[in-house]
Design a protein around this ligand. Sequence first.
Ligand code: AP5
Length: 216
Amino acid sequence: MINVILLGPPGAGKGTQARRLVEERGLVQLSTGDMLREAKSSGTEMGRRVAEVMDRGELVTDEIVIGLIAEKLEGATGGGFIFDGFPRTLAQADALSELLVMLGQSLDAVIEMRVDDAALVARITGRFTCGNCGEVYHDQTKPTKAEGVCDVCGSSDLRRRPDDTEEALRTRMLAYYRDTSPLIGYYYAHKKLRVVDGLGSIDAVAADIAKVLDKG
Ligand code: AP5
């Protein structure tokens, strides 16, 4: 059983690689971004507050996010987790390590996906996803085979995220460098950090991640 964190700035390719690991290794993807987008569409007061924060590109409070992850971890069964977009602060990292201890599990690797800022803007502004199955596409690097139709499920509900504007992206990048990048040092000190070059093709990045996971 493998538990792995994918760590990287917005657009690094965390979601894309997490979905491959689900398909290829049967791991369970825990994306706090996806959980929060679900909360956003719930129509509750909490969902409305979450929506405002996310659309600006700021971080949602540790309390909310840790609560969501704890709920999923406690209810999940099966073979290992991919943490996608979590943890994002040192408080979240400490909470995750406590949760894993409580469940008798441990963290195997933290994979930092390194990508330069110029590539991130192009990736984020070209991204769209399937509203039905969640498949992630890109105008240039991964278009759908038939225009306007998801390759995986055939849905025509293709969407762009409200926080994928250049302005919200600037705020998201700032949050990454201010609050999340200290986790690189944190996990290096815990001897969990592995680095992959996130600038390669989707297949090349997947091959590098596989090498890290298979080496143990
Ligand atoms: P979240 O949904 O986690 O967004 P993010 O971290 O900004 O990451 P993205 O989903 O934008 O990018 P990604 O790395 O998954 O890239 P992708 O694979 O899609 O969080 C959104 C918001 O929720 C946050 O801003 C915050 O408000 C809140 N939030 C979430 N978690 C939180 C937490 N723990 N604490 C507090 N707040 C939290 O790829 C991007 C594009 O590039 C796609 O089009 C893809 O096709 C393309 N692409 C991917 N890989 C490649 C490649 N190798 N080559 C070429 N193109 C590629």
